[in-house]
Design a protein around this ligand. Structure first.
Ligand code: GLN
Length: 476
């Protein structure tokens, strides 16, 4: 096995036993990044920085100061700020933006000694489900280069799936970690809202944004969450509950667990039959473990997409106001007055999808329409959350497909706005409700495309979600 193919756990052990050095590991990843450059997973590669950090990690290991992540090469979605390393959010308006600080989770990971390789391509500011709405070009799926990797964190997913990075840190507002993880055949966790700090993530929809890990295994995800999670003075929405030792709790027997299967996630018109079959078989295989499977109903699921695409653009339209061509980022040279600076900088600096969301959101929030759209959507959001509250009185976790279909063709949905929005149908509801949700790869279609299963848990029950995900990962 090549060094860049190792999981986090394997790489950690390899470093511990001095079977490899961080410099070797990092070089192997950088080589793979170059060889797979045509996949377009990175916007910025910081080779020099990575080599320096790797050397430092090797020194620490030699001094007996190895921590869990010391010397492990990783990447970060470009919509998350990294100190002294360009962070564009895949928007030309931030083409020259170099943050003076690390996002809190990135800071924690770097303090643990991990080696930052570079910044991953994404749909601009996280707006999308295919990575085609990036101003730095689309990303290709390593399982079939004519397919999208999913989005918005497509670059992060590909960097892990194609063995360029051991793990990646990404953002999930309404599926951006889970759906690309499903399309690329890796693990990805959207944590409960409030579990991980959002400080340093480029805000998209602040009431739903989360930062989470993407990795080769659920076990790696558990380790990363131990480092990432916790209260942060820079994010008032983070919770004070202590962070469990996720990795030590993974192996618990799932016998006796009550697993809910929400029927709405299997009745969708136009769902890919092979995906459905693979997921159903996987769920069925839990029976032999003494698990109690319970069919449940989340009746408001059908409203999740319309509600999401009113609330998210509303929050987006407000958050995008900070990109004005003045405070930071790129300013057009052609402006003769203030109004020109705003409009011309945004015209060239933002893609169509971002502009669309600013317009939809501004409309939904405007006087006269606020009650009809925004307020109503908020009310239905409450109903969606209550659906989950009700079923979680009955079951411990829910299992569903992550996506109704495997990776689709590049160009297949890009110009069909509604079709692209509908791709989020199974990942949107948990986001609206603030719940933890994990993608775990469970199979492949006859054409070799990965299929992912989603485990959704009660708020702050990452442990329950990871345990069930880990069971799927290790059962064979
Ligand atoms: N596809 C969703 C959207 O476009 C997901 C975005 C996200 O989670 N960042 O809004």
């Amino acid at each position: 096995m090549n060094l860049n193919e190792l999981t986090l756990v394997q790489a950690h052990k390899g470093l511990q036993k001095k079977e490899c050095s961080s410099v070797e590991l990092t070089k192997a990843c950088l080589k793979q990044i170059k060889e797979k450059a045509h996949l377009n997973a990175f916007i910025t590669v910081c080779e020099e920085n990575a080599m320096q950090e790797a050397k430092k990690a090797d020194e620490l290991i030699a001094e007996g100061k190895q921590q869990l992540l010391t010397g492990i090469p990783f990447s970060v979605k470009d919509a998350i700020c990294t100190k002294d390393i360009r962070s564009t959010g895949a928007a030309k308006i931030l083409d020259n933006y170099v943050p003076s600080f690390d996002a809190t989770v990135v800071k924690k990971i770097r303090e643990h000694g991990a080696v930052l390789l570079g910044k991953n391509n994404t749909d601009t500011f996280g707006h999308g489900a295919s990575n085609e709405h990036s101003m730095y070009g689309p990303v290709k799926n390593p399982h079939d280069e004519t397919k999208v990797p999913g989005g918005s964190s497509g670059g992060s997913a590909v960097s892990v799936a194609a063995n360029m990075a051991v793990f990646s840190i990404a953002e999930d507002t309404g599926g951006s970690i889970r759906q690309p993880a499903a399309f690329c055949g890796i693990a990805g966790l959207r944590p409960s809202y409030g579990r991980n700090s959002r400080y340093g993530a480029m805000a998209m929809a602040s009431s739903m944004d989360t930062i989470g890990p993407m990795a080769k295994t659920v076990e790696d995800i558990a380790i990363l969450m131990e480092v990432m999670a916790g209260q942060d003075e820079h994010d008032a929405t983070t919770v004070s509950q202590s962070v469990p030792k996720y990795s030590e709790l993974l192996d618990q027997d799932i016998k006796g667990k009550k697993i809910g299967v929400p029927k709405e996630y299997f009745e969708l018109e136009g769902m890919d039959s092979e995906t459905k079959q693979i997921i159903e078989q996987q769920i069925d295989s839990m029976k032999s473990q003494g698990v109690k499977l319970v069919e449940v109903s989340l009746p408001h699921t059908k409203y999740a997409i319309p509600v999401y695409y009113i609330l998210v653009p509303s929050e987006d339209s407000s958050n995008m106001g900070r990109y004005d061509g003045i405070r930071y980022g790129v300013r057009t040279e052609e402006a003769s007055n203030l109004f020109d600076i705003y409009t011309k900088s945004r015209t060239v600096g933002m893609p169509e999808e971002v502009k669309r969301r600013i317009m939809i959101g501004t409309y939904a929030l405007s006087a006269g329409y606020y009650d009809a759209y925004y307020r109503k959507a908020q009310k239905v959001r409450t109903l969606i959350r209550r659906d989950f509250d009700r079923v979680f009185e009955q079951v411990d976790v829910l299992v569903t497909p992550t996506s109704p279909f495997p990776a689709f063709d590049i160009g297949g949905k890009k110009d069909d706005v509604l079709a692209m929005y509908l791709a989020d149908v199974f990942v949107g509801p948990a986001a609206l409700a603030g719940l933890p949700a994990l993608n775990v790869p469970v199979g492949k279609t006859s054409t070799g495309l990965p299929v992912g299963l989603q485990v959704i848990g009660r708020r702050l029950d990452e442990v329950g979600v990871l345990q069930v995900g880990h069971w799927f990962e290790t059962k064979q």
